[in-house]
Write a protein that binds this ligand. Structure first.
Ligand code: ADP
Ligand code: MG
Length: 148
């Protein structure tokens, strides 16, 4: 996804990283953590969000984890429960604080995502504006997908 932007695109990180006061899985344990995540089920809403939270704690890439995993989340929900997230319904600060909290307890992020579920799984505009929101969460708002 980020091939043209980052030279480390697609590669598992080789440095330890943190955000706020949260340290993501140390490089030393990353392979083991990812192997465990691979075995986690993703057959219903709870399982998918729990796997998403673990992916965030692992933070396998140097950059792009949030944007990549939100696409994974949508595709997994679409496949498993025939619903997707309407990201426009989730406020940036609320999302980020729920993700910060999810390291300890996933209830807040689960509730927020559940309230934003929609059946509009084939609505291209909804999906593309969701990408815009995903970039906005990370502080990027130079481009809108509709203008590209
Ligand atoms: N303090 C925090 N604790 C846990 N997770 C966080 C925290 N801050 C941000 N995150 C998660 O990390 C994601 C950003 O990760 P990053 O690799 O920078 O991805 P991006 O491409 O989206 O910039 C956010 O979308 C959020 O899910
Ligand atoms: Mg980032």
């Amino acid at each position: 996804m980020f091939d043209k932007i980052y030279d480390f695109a697609g590669e598992i990180r080789t440095v330890n990283i943190a955000k706020g006061n949260v340290r993501f899985v140390p490089v030393l344990y990353l392979k083991t953590a990812l192997a465990h995540i691979d075995t986690m089920p993703h057959h219903n809403f709870d399982a998918i969000v729990e796997k998403y939270v673990e992916m965030n704690i692992a933070h396998p890439f140097r950059e792009g984890n949030g944007r990549a995993t939100r696409i994974w989340l949508d595709l997994s929900l679409k496949h498993a429960i025939k619903q997707v997230i309407d990201w426009n319904q989730i406020d940036k600060d609320a999302y980020l604080s729920a993700m910060q909290r999810s390291v300890v307890n996933a209830l807040d992020i689960k509730t927020r995502l559940k309230h934003a579920l929609t059946d509009a799984i084939n609505d291209r505009t909804l999906f593309m504006t969701g990408i815009d929101v995903s970039y906005f969460y990370e502080g990027y708002c130079e481009f809108k997908t509709a203008e590209l």
